[in-house]
Design a protein around this ligand. Sequence first.
Ligand code: OFO
Length: 172
Amino acid sequence: MLSQKVEDALNQQIAMEGNASQKYLAMANWCDTKALSGCAQFFYKHAEEERMHMLKLLHYVNDAGGNAIIPAVDQPSANFDDVQVVFETAYSHEQKVSQSIDDLVELSETEKDKQTANFLQWYVDEQHEEEALYRTLIDRIKLIGLQGRGLYFIDNEVATISAANAAAEAVK
Ligand code: OFO
């Protein structure tokens, strides 16, 4: 049984994950139009993952006797200065999501809702991995640089790291 406070906070998280999905879709779209196909694939996949995070929460709320709310869709930013800005924007959003998940865990504990605190552990672990992944990608982008053929190498590097990440996820 969810307290109203926990249910409301879970619904806010549903909206945050839904908006993350839209943001990553806009980033994928931007990369696509710049011929950065590796980066585009990375963000298309992440947009799908965020939608899965949203659905997982939605089912949890309904299964726990609450009412999940389908969020309105915010128009995400469509223009970015360069590909480094794209990844830094995504990383900064992931940090906000992590903070929000941490706040949710704290609220569940205050409300003595062990089931929700336990359910949220998956998100805590996921955020840890996501932040590490974005940090790696941003470090590589800085190392390669945006000049000359840098964009070409960055795009290949993102595709390689993304494939390695997917393979690691698959064997979990
Ligand atoms: Fe679901 O926000 Fe990141 O992964």
